[in-house]
Design a protein around this ligand. Sequence first.
Ligand code: AR6
Length: 170
Amino acid sequence: MKEKLILTQGDITEMEVDAIINAANTELMLGGGVAGAIRKRGGPSIQEECNKLGPIPLGEAAITGAGKLKAKYVIHAASMSLGGPLTTRESLLNSVKNSLKRTEEKKLKSIAFPAIGTGVAGFPANQCAQIMIDTIMEHLEKGSSLEKVYIVLFKGPVYDAFEKYLATIK
Ligand code: AR6
């Protein structure tokens, strides 16, 4: 199963996959970081769809089209609230699980995650790596439509934390 999980360096908005996951807030307001890049490159249709779907509960995930991006869908993983609680272990875990649920509902084959919570939300990269990688691996082991799950990270300490944790699992 580990061969289906691929760490890669770069900008997630350039990924040619069925869906990219957005590091979102519960209001589904596309702010900075990954969300800002999605808004700029994908055009206004994504925020317009979000306005119809949001707000969503903490730890939930909502799916929209991907506007002008190469991906077909954007899955908005709400691990934090705007002006409320930032990312916690529980909200991160639930937002990853619910994102994976959305991918199964559409029977998607390829998706790309960012390091949810490690930017604006300030969640520690080493804990994020452990939670995200463990949750994705458990999901793949249960049987899934997914053939490739990318984690797309900028070069630097967050990438290093993910690479280090991935090396410890079978
Ligand atoms: N490609 C890959 N990784 C990126 C990109 C990109 N284009 N841009 C940033 N990162 P963040 P969060 C990295 O802040 O902490 C927004 O305002 C970044 O270096 O996007 O969950 C939303 O609207 C960091 O390691 O997400 C929410 O309100 C990681 O992606 C809030 O930020 C996540 O950073 C969510 O905060």
